[in-house]
Write a protein that binds this ligand. Sequence first.
Ligand code: NAD
Length: 458
Amino acid sequence: MTETTETDQATETAAEFTAEDAAALVGRLRAAFRTGRTKPLDWRVRQLTRLRDLLTENREAIADAVHADLHKPHAETYAAEVDFTVREIDHTLENLPEWLSPQPLAAGALTGLPDGSTAGTRYEPLGTVLVIAPWNYPVQLLLAPLAGALAAGNAVLLKPSEVTPATSAAMAALVPRYLDPDAVAVVEGGVPETTALLAQRYDHIFYTGNGAVGRIVMRAAAEHLTPVTLELGGKSPVFVDRDLDAATVAAVAARLAGAKFRNAGQTCVAPDYVLTDPKTAPALVRALGEAVAELFGADPQSSPAYGRIVNQRHFDRVAALLGSGTTAFGGRTDRDDLYIEPTALTGVRPDEPVMLEEIFGPVLPVLTVSGLDEAIEFINDRDKPLALYGFTEDDTTRRRLADETSSGGLGFGLPMAHLRVSELPFGGVGESGLGSYHGPYSIATFSHRKARLDVPLG
Ligand code: NAD
């Protein structure tokens, strides 16, 4: 529960991390930023390269920690935590000089000013950034924002989730070994520590997690007029169009199951529920059951490819949602093992518990609607989702979903793939979040775009 430095590794924990400790730490980071050390491109490239080393040289240790916390298969950690973040870093290293280059305005924009005037914009770092991460992708969601904040030239304070303690400890031990300890620090801990941290002034706060805490973060930030990015969640719907042939329905089911049941459904952009017509629903549910068997065998509990719910509190919450509708397949649970079987529910009413909160677990309700009009209305009656997915072969349906709904991201054909495209912004809208990041959007998030005008004196 303390800041971890190179000499004071994660194993050593202070009795209490107070607001005074937080103030001293933030003061130290701020002082480092004031020296200007984080601004040169060389420093940024060096930090990104070292962050890359941290990930590649400790792949196994990281995967072991994530497995201890979430039973996440090593292959999943390599793909979604380590390699994902490495790709994000590589893409940033490749493009950083270009992203940072000042953008001059065309001369035509300067009419009315003396001849020889020039103007343009350039990014400057914000200063000291606080990154607060959640437990479900405890490496990626801590280190991908860190990569963006470093690339933009900031000092950074990291707060991993206490819900995944092994990963938190691993991050606290590794970060000071690889990154500039004057400009990057880790504080482990839960609510008291985060509360102490949030009492300080930062130049940006980047929070990933649920909306209730998002509100706490935004309130604390308002005290200091600190800008925030809120990467939140919510119910991400899927629309499956009518009249898809049997082979296409099978392919849709395989992609849906792959996205929904990865990490036992604990993914912010996981499909939350499906809307389809009454004719397609039975075939889709059957195909989903087959896809689950293909992925995890007849007994997912004994499959090394299937994860667990993070803790008993979340287990109890998700298990309670199994009472909605009718169980089409799955439904078995084992509390001692934090196991919930991949499950599909049919005949679910919109006012049942499973439809009233983000599921964040391996339970997929398949609801029927009369067609696209009703699906769009259903989606628009609810909070703006983090992601919306469509499976259709019809251009008009694609256009209407794009034009007539609002969501953080929109993906056709392959759920959760849009966030792997570094040049796309990743973030929510409305209840699903505020701001975005990845690739060039991380630079925009963690920088100030300064206007500059040069008028000749003569
Ligand atoms: P969590 O419980 O780990 O909380 C997130 C962070 O908030 C932690 O670091 C925690 O210490 C801190 N925190 C918790 N309570 C606090 C309080 N009272 N005051 C200050 N800080 C506090 O994670 P979670 O919120 O359960 O994460 C799951 C949620 O996050 C889901 O809603 C999911 O959709 C969302 N999510 C969003 C994204 C995204 O990129 N948009 C990614 C992952 C998860």
